[in-house]
Ligand binder design. Structure first.
Ligand SMILES: O=C(O)C1=C[C@@H](OP(=O)(O)O)[C@@H](O)[C@H](O)C1
Ligand SMILES: C=C(OP(=O)(O)O)C(=O)O
Length: 452
């Protein structure tokens, strides 16, 4: 598809009350778990971003019946544990690491062969982190050198349960193993040194599976699933995505006079590291109407402009804000002082090398920045100069982050392609402009100083 450049110019105060789209992690899981449950799962507030639509298409190809009614509610009729059928087409996972990795776990413990592919960004991302444990469970794989997509999973008829210690903090790898464990006799256990998002554990429990989490010696968590449960379709209410709300939150914090409210935002503590960090920087964020909906904590967030000061973000916070470092870097660029972030090696293997893309983009916009192998240092500029076109490398979060930077910069900031924003946040531009942003097609004069 042709690139879709956009530019963002300095805006006045933001105001209004909005609900950002549904949580991407929870939406993928609602479709997948509904597809392997018995009976009907109804999903309210599903994210209809492209990543989740790829998951829905793939689960249909594997036998589930998935429809969307006019009222916006999705209905999934599942096949039951062990009931997935061989797809007669290659499954295209688009830009989505979550879709590819969780689905590989699901099919690995079925006696079927499944072919996966993805776009140029996904085809660069490491898959050995899931194929290694799934091989131990009995599946085999045929892939390109280095274990990348396109890739075939030859599922096993006789899967064996394993106990596996995660070499990287990853909810995707944890979930892939637990999902393979669903159609495996006995107990499958994943040990994680650092707690990652637990949406799989919460939702599988909601569907009737037995999932236990215990703290073991050394402080690690052991997450175990008992195989071959009877899981039944359930209603799922998807909260608004805290990772999407992050862009609006930072935009309001850096525009003087702003006062916005974001409703129904997921507040699972394994996802809220950015909000903790912003509050440490001096952000005025009030959490209203805290409640639990369908097993997930949610709140309405009132966010007001705040003079932010730099912080050192502790590395052990990374799993709870892993997707939020690009937008935190934008907040840091508008803050007073030097912000340091460590423990970020995983950012190099997301939709793009996010450390490199953030550093190149900030540098092009005149903000002092250094990227190390797993760290980022941003020197706050107060009002960033801007005046550049930033390369986004097929990465939705890089595109949204730099459009937010443009809202506070002296000169407009353009992004070379906004098309991938639809993977996670359809309607981003309209929602932002509705609050007072000025994001539009670039005019030719401002497209100066392109980044690498
Ligand atoms: O499990 C999930 O839904 C996700 C886990 C994270 O990836 P990793 O597991 O690779 O850290 C995150 O970056 C991704 O956006 C969604
Ligand atoms: C890393 C992300 O997603 P995924 O791994 O599913 O592509 C993200 O949304 O920032």
């Amino acid at each position: 598809m042709a690139p879709r450049p956009l530019q963002s110019v300095k805006t006045g105060p933001l105001s209004g009350t909005v609900r950002v789209p549904g949580d991407k992690s929870i939406s993928h899981r609602a479709i997948m778990f509904g597809a392997i449950a018995v009976g009907e799962t109804t999903i309210h507030g599903l994210l209809t971003g492209e990543d989740v639509l790829h998951t829905a298409a793939a689960m249909r190809a594997l036998g589930a019946d998935i429809t969307r009614s006019d009222d916006g509610i999705w209905r999934v009729r599942g096949v039951g544990i062990g009931g997935l059928v061989e797809a007669d087409q290659v499954l295209d996972m688009g830009n989505s690491g979550t879709a590819a990795r969780l689905m590989m776990g699901l099919v690995a413990s079925h006696p079927i062969t499944t072919f996966f592919t993805g776009d140029a960004s996904l085809a660069k991302r490491p898959m050995a982190r899931v194929t290694t444990p799934l091989e131990q469970m009995g599946a085999s794989f045929v892939s390109r050198t280095g274990g990348r997509l396109p890739l075939a999973v030859i599922g096993t008829e006789n899967p064996v349960p394993i106990t596996y210690r995660l070499p990287v903090a990853s909810a995707q790898v944890k979930s892939a193993i637990l999902l393979a464990g669903l159609n495996t006799p006995g107990v499958t256990t994943v040990i994680e040194a650092e707690p990652t998002r637990d949406h799989s554990e919460l939702m599988l429990t909601h569907f009737g599976a037995t999932v236990k989490t215990e703290r073991i010696e050394g402080g690690a968590l052991a997450v175990s699933i008992t195989g071959e449960p009877e899981i039944t379709g359930r209603p799922v209410h998807v909260p608004a995505d805290p990772s999407s709300a992050a862009f609006l939150t930072v935009a309001a914090l850096i525009r003087p006079g702003s006062d916005i409210t974001l409703t129904d935002v997921g507040m699972n503590p394994r996802r809220t590291g950015l909000y903790d960090t912003l509050i440490e920087m001096g952000a005025d964020i009030t959490f209203l109407n805290r409640r639990v909906e369908a097993g997930e904590p949610v709140a309405d967030l009132r966010v007001r402009y705040s003079a932010l000061t730099a912080v050192a973000v502790p590395p052990d916070r990374a799993p709870s804000m892993i997707d939020e470092y690009p937008i935190l870097a934008i907040a840091a660029a508008c803050a007073e002082g030097t912000t340091t972030m460590h423990g970020l090696a995983e950012l190099r293997v997301k939709e793009s090398d996010r450390l490199a893309m953030v550093a190149n983009g900030l540098d092009a916009c005149g903000v002092g920045v250094e990227a190390g192998p797993d760290s980022l240092t941003v020197h706050g500029a107060g009002v960033p100069p801007g005046g550049a076109t930033v390369a986004t490398a097929m990465d939705h979060r890089i595109a949204m982050s730099f459009l937010v930077l443009g809202m506070a910069s002296a000169e407009p900031v353009a992004v070379d392609d906004s098309g991938f924003i639809d993977t996670s946040f359809p309607g981003f531009v309209d929602l932002m402009n509705g609050l007072g942003a000025r994001i539009s097609l670039p005019n030719t004069q401002s497209a100066a100083r392109p980044t690498a």
